[in-house]
Design a protein around this ligand. Structure first.
Ligand code: SAM
Length: 311
């Protein structure tokens, strides 16, 4: 694949490199903000499943710019299983968000104060075994909702995938509606129409009276049975669905010419932040040093590793 071919096929991938974002996902958060005005008054934010860090970049640029005007120091905590290259003003935790110890570490960073904003763009690696993928994805989301409640957020966003918009999505909506008066399912313009990915934006945190935040979650604890049938039929919870971002923005499913602007020549832009410890690192090393070649294979093939590192 040529260096420019992905630029041609994915307009947001190209724009992300041109504007210095680590991943095209940055536009999803920017477009969600365009619709929901997520950032005013936010000084403490958590970015769950943050690597390679484009959402943390958005948080850093949006929140730290307002530090003086708000008169309070901004705290941003980013958590991921994978290591992430450092970002100005962002504290990083390498950990599993499904673990209570990770939640405790996040809470420690805020010194007992509630977070104003929790964003999560979590997606486990897909194995291709649908039942296993669905189970892991469901566990991840349940852990996120447990974290939401324990950190006392005012606003939060959860990434939804095909699996979550399946049969159990009603359960998630009903759980969230107990804690937030505004629950909306939103689809940013930069999220491909061909993907059923969407985000749940929860606003106005108002927990039930007497609720004491903790990391328990009825579905994670298995301490009592939840009757799934109660949430079907007339009891189904339906939340508004919003297409968001400027609808005249680029269509993420379209192919665009490399020269977008008649007066501006296309120039290839390298990825903003190449992966720091990619799983294919060893394969690249072997290939670059010609250690993968077999006796019967041509040995002088140039290496392409790292050309298209931007996720
Ligand atoms: N929002 C990120 C950005 O803008 O750069 C992209 C996030 S990427 C789509 C999903 C991330 O979820 C991956 O980096 C993966 O390591 C992380 N993840 C998946 N399961 C996790 C878990 N249990 N705990 C922490 N991170 C997890």
């Amino acid at each position: 694949m040529g260096r420019s071919s992905k630029d041609k096929r994915d307009i947001y991938y190209r724009l992300a490199k041109e504007e210095g974002w680590r991943a095209r996902s940055a536009f999803k958060l920017l477009q969600l903000d365009h619709e929901f005005n997520l950032f005013p008054g936010v000084t403490r934010a958590v970015d769950l499943c943050a690597a390679p860090g484009s959402w943390s970049q958005v948080l850093s640029r949006k929140l730290r710019g307002r530090e003086e005007e708000q008169g309070e120091r901004v705290k941003i905590v980013a958590v991921d299983l994978q290591a992430m290259a450092p970002l100005p003003g962002v504290t990083q935790i390498q950990g599993d968000i499904t673990k209570v110890s990770t939640a405790q570490e996040i809470i420690r960073h805020f010194e007992g104060q509630p977070a104003d904003l929790v964003v999560c763009d979590g997606a486990p690696d897909v194995t291709g075994l649908h039942d296993v993928d669905e189970y892991i994805q469901a566990q991840l989301l349940l852990a996120v909702s447990a974290l939401f409640f324990s950190i006392h957020p005012l606003v939060c966003g959860v990434r939804l995938t095909a699996i979550f918009r399946g049969k159990d999505v009603t359960l998630l909506y009903s759980q969230l509606k107990i804690f937030f008066t505004g629950v909306t399912c939103a689809k940013p313009r930069s999220s491909r129409n061909s993907s059923i990915e969407a985000f749940v934006v929860c606003q106005n945190y108002s927990p039930p009276e007497g609720y004491v935040p903790n990391m328990s979650n009825p579905l994670l604890d298995h301490s009592y049975d939840v009757d799934f049938n109660q949430l079907e039929g007339p009891n189904r919870v339906i939340v508004p669905f919003l297409a968001c971002g400027d609808l005249s923005a680029f269509d993420s499913d379209r192919t665009y010419p490399l020269q977008l602007d008649a007066g501006k020549q296309y120039r290839y832009t390298p990825p903003t932040q190449p992966p720091i410890r990619p799983p294919y690192e060893q394969a690249c090393h072997l290939r670059k040093n010609n250690l993968l070649s077999r006796e019967d294979a041509p040995s002088s093939r140039p290496s392409q590793c790292g050309d298209e590192a931007q996720p």
